[in-house]
Design a protein around this ligand. Sequence first.
Ligand SMILES: NC(=O)c1ccc[n+]([C@@H]2O[C@H](COP(=O)([O-])OP(=O)(O)OC[C@H]3O[C@@H](n4cnc5c(N)ncnc54)[C@H](O)[C@@H]3O)[C@@H](O)[C@H]2O)c1
Length: 282
Amino acid sequence: MTDTATTTDPQGNPGRTDPSQMLAVYPELAGTVAVVTGAARGMGAAFAEGLATRGVDVLAADINIDQMNDTAERINATLATNALADKPGRVVAARVDVTVRDDHEELAQRAVAEFGGLDFWINNAGIFPFALAGEISQEQIGAVLSVNVEGVLFGAQAAARHMKPGGAIVNMSSVSALRVRKGRGAYCTSKAAVAHLTESLAVEFGDKGLRVNAIAPGYIDTEMTRWVREDPAALAHALDSVPLHRLGSPEEVFGPLLFLLSDSARYVTGHSIAVDGGSRHV
Ligand SMILES: NC(=O)c1ccc[n+]([C@@H]2O[C@H](COP(=O)([O-])OP(=O)(O)OC[C@H]3O[C@@H](n4cnc5c(N)ncnc54)[C@H](O)[C@@H]3O)[C@@H](O)[C@H]2O)c1
């Protein structure tokens, strides 16, 4: 192992370089157009920034339009001074409620009108309700299935109506699709549905020349997992179940996403990539 192997990234994660510099560059992505949902913060915001850095125009959408506007403004300002962003794409903010089917169609039409096409669609928006399966209310299960499952389905349907052959859809599943935990029955069920839906969509959309894959993250350092970081017992318990003994960063999920969108993955469809530090095995 060389000296550089002990370098840490801004979150203190070990590696050889800062992830923003280590990620593979896929020149074929420059000039393409992507929709990213749930992009006001967390992984969606990191995806929007990472894609725009590589020359992708991004329609970044969220139900929280105020935060989405702020995030898009911040990303565009950062891109203007980012030496890695040779010819950055534009990030345009949009409002979407992923539970509303028509919102997706509007989003797809806006991407085409604003940027002249649609190549990629990242169904990233999601919610995480903590409730025992034996006690979860009808409202809670309805909400999580609506956002996490219907939101993905409607997004994929709209994307497929507007994409040309060569397009790719990526859905955010979770390690919770592969490994259940107490208090997460509804969430685990919703993400297992996303994994299965991804396979079904891949089988159908292959006829259109579209690929559909999923990413199954483990514990990633975002607002969604703030409750884990803020409770020392929960954090210790969580890290016990991660062979790499740390949370992942949004940038570490972006790398596999980039691969799935790139031509390097042109024969990969109907697959879920776990990005979980190995936690699906523990
Ligand atoms: N953070 C993790 O550890 C983790 C692990 C596995 C999977 N995931 C999944 O990854 C995705 C992103 O997670 P994150 O940690 O960045 O979450 P986050 O909570 O930080 O961000 C989610 C975003 O989705 C938006 N959103 C929620 N409901 C919406 C709706 N109805 N319409 C439009 N936007 C809506 C929120 O406003 C928010 O900006 C989610 O699907 C999540 O389930 C997260």
